[in-house]
Design a protein around this ligand. Sequence first.
Ligand SMILES: Cc1cc2nc3c(=O)[nH]c(=O)nc-3n(C[C@H](O)[C@H](O)[C@H](O)COP(=O)(O)O)c2cc1C
Length: 171
Amino acid sequence: MAGERVLDSPTEVTELYLESMRRSAAGVSIVVAEMDGRQWATTITAWCSVSVSPPTLIISLSSYTAAAAAVSETQRFGLSLLGTDAQPAAEFGSAAGQAKFLDQSAHLHPGVDGCVKGAFAHLDCQVQQQLDVADHRIFVGRVTSAVMFDEADPLVYSNRQYCGLARWESK
Ligand SMILES: Cc1cc2nc3c(=O)[nH]c(=O)nc-3n(C[C@H](O)[C@H](O)[C@H](O)COP(=O)(O)O)c2cc1C
């Protein structure tokens, strides 16, 4: 196939893996973790649904993040699934080494506790299991409550850029 690259040394595989992940598209969410009674934001793309019955999802956090420590301690987290209007919140939640308390920011939804403004859904989760893999901690969360908002289209991240969905007529 034209443009095909097969790389198999460990360094090349790592490079190709990084590039594959970078070019892939992912929905953007914010993990809301409780820290000293306050809500802390961390932007992630490493989350996915596991099952519907019971409603269960996983998130993957770098073990070195403040959020991984907070979720390990409280065994709870919220997940705000971001709409396109929430790009500033996503930028706020991804500032490494900065304080990311939502209650001091403009990014908290005024009506729904712990939810990021501009989310199209917010899911509160109880941790069922956690697993350390390499330098990340995977949390399996049972969804205990959910809020859904109309209108917003999902915020997507691909090739180091935020974007939305382009829809076309079915072929
Ligand atoms: C679009 C995007 C997606 C990200 N996805 C993840 C992720 O899935 N897991 C993760 O641990 N960090 C992810 N990050 C990095 C964290 O948002 C950020 O580095 C983290 O908040 C820094 O940790 P700190 O809060 O301890 O400073 C992502 C960053 C961006 C911009």
